[in-house]
Design a protein around this ligand. Structure first.
Ligand code: ADP
Length: 446
């Protein structure tokens, strides 16, 4: 096992990784920007190193500074968290070339899945259902018009290097295609430095259902069930739950078994998530995330398995040590993302947290990196914490969630807590009847 892990991230996920390390008796090194000198991850870690000024491009994305921090602190391994460098194959290679273990899959698997076109081809060849679309990038307008006519409108123009919903445009008829392609290209070029695009059939009003997998270096693969992440705004997840109220047990078992087979054939190691759209009993693969996800706690709550701990263990070369039949699914869990944002306009609301009190009690977990008198900096993502609740049934979970959100006091900055509370009183949500556009309709954005 490692003696010391450097955590190349900030915010709640850096704290989450620190906790898993400490539970394993591993020392931690935090890296931080000048804006994060007083951040919780910086304060909790055994050692901390300032790696640059506030902008992420100069600090949390600064590969030489992170490697130097690992060298001077004599760390054994680097955990990338999510976002920032977590899906950067080049970073994973550099980490390994410098003699550190990258806590994640191989650089080859990261780059394979980071290219959405290659990812789709790969999983389709491994027997998983994918969204119909152009089989590969589309080179020019003429080809795009042909492909779109073949798969049928509406279609989505998507960026090969896409992420976070950027570089994605819906087109309802041929006359809008060329403009959407130009827009998606420009957005993808600006966001990812790669304007390559492809086309996909737009599945109308599906659910977003993803399967969590965990694999060791010896070919053992298990799934930890699904998460339903259909509550989204502008393709960004707001609330996630497990299990999905859309699936029956037969469907759940069938898709999970196919995913496990595909992941085994891929020779994948570590944690991973295969994301699907689900409509009318059919699944359509959209992408695989080769890292820990924001919403991983809902899976932890229903399985009792610490995913970050498992990620560290398998990276250190330990075998999983259990099989699919050992995994028990228990009750229901829901996670609410708490963002420092206006709950109506979603405008970021950084600033000083003047008063802070977290909810507690049975079945309530708060993963956060803020505290009283902490100043939420304006430079980073607005996620400041997550409330995760567990109950023996979905109804119990919903009651407990309302109670927990009502207890949560965060003063001084605006947060999305009022939005979550509002959702809880809507019958469609209470009955689990929602799709990926439901929230946008509810808040009047479509
Ligand atoms: P990103 O990597 O940018 O997050 P994804 O491919 O994971 O992009 O898609 C993000 C979200 O966009 C999905 O959860 C879903 O809401 C929507 N989406 C993606 N592909 C399709 C599709 N073919 N049809 C309908 N909605 C889609």
């Amino acid at each position: 096992m490692f003696d010391k892990v450097l955590i190349a991230n900030r915010g709640e996920i850096a704290v989450r990784v620190h906790r898993a390390c400490r539970d394993l008796g591993i020392h931690t090194v935090a890296v931080h920007s000048t804006a994060d000198a007083e951040a919780m991850h910086t304060r909790l870690a055994d050692e901390s190193v300032c790696i640059g000024p506030a902008p992420a491009s100069d600090s949390y994305l600064n590969i030489p500074a992170i490697i130097a921090a690992a060298e001077i602190t004599n760390a054994d391994a680097i955990h990338p968290g999510y976002g920032f460098l977590s899906e950067n194959a080049n970073f994973a290679s550099i980490v390994e070339e410098h003699g550190f273990t990258f806590i994640g899959p191989t650089p080859a698997h990261i780059s394979l899945m980071g290219d959405k076109v290659r990812a789709k081809e790969t999983v389709r060849d491994l027997g998983l259902p994918v969204v119909p679309g152009s089989n590969g990038p589309v080179a020019d307008e003429a080809e795009a018009l042909n492909v779109a006519a073949e798969i049928g409108y509406p279609i989505l123009v998507k960026a090969v290097a896409g992420g976070g919903g950027r570089g994605m445009k819906r087109v309802d008829e041929a006359s809008g295609l060329l403009e959407a392609m130009a827009g998606a290209r420009a957005e993808a070029q600006a966001s990812f430095g790669d304007g390559t695009i492809y086309l996909e059939k737009c599945i109308e009003n599906p659910r977003h259902i993803e399967i969590q997998v965990l694999a060791d270096q010896f070919g053992a693969v298990v799934h930890l069930g699904e998460r339903d992440c259909s509550l989204q705004r502008r393709h960004q997840k707001i609330l996630e739950e497990a299990p999905s109220s859309a699936l029956n047990e037969t469907e759940r078992q069938a898709i999970a078994a196919r995913v496990v087979e595909a992941v085994r054939a891929l020779g994948y190691r570590g944690v991973g998530t295969l994301e699907f759209l689900y409509k009318g009993g059919a699944f359509y693969f959209i992408e695989m995330n080769t890292r820990i996800q924001v919403e991983h706690p809902v899976t932890e709550m229903i399985t009792g398995i610490d995913l970050v701990r498992e990620q560290i263990r398998v990276a250190a070369g330990a075998p999983l040590g259990y099989q699919q039949s050992d995994i028990r699914f228990n009750g229901h869990a829901i996670e609410c993302r708490i963002n420092a944002e206006n709950p109506d306009t979603f405008q970021p609301s950084p600033g000083l947290i003047s008063s802070y009190h977290t909810p507690g009690g049975l079945g309530v977990r708060v993963d956060s990196a803020v505290y009283q008198d902490y100043r939420v900096p304006p430079y980073y993502d607005s996620l400041i914490g997550k409330v995760i609740v567990h109950g023996s049934t979905r109804n119990e979970c919903l009651m407990r969630l309302r109670r927990a959100l009502e207890e949560y006091v965060i003063a001084g900055v605006e947060t999305t807590i009022p939005l979550h509370l509002k959702l809880l009183s809507v019958p469609d949500f209470a009955n689990g009847l929602y799709d990926i556009h439901w929230l946008e309709r509810f808040i009047g954005e479509t």
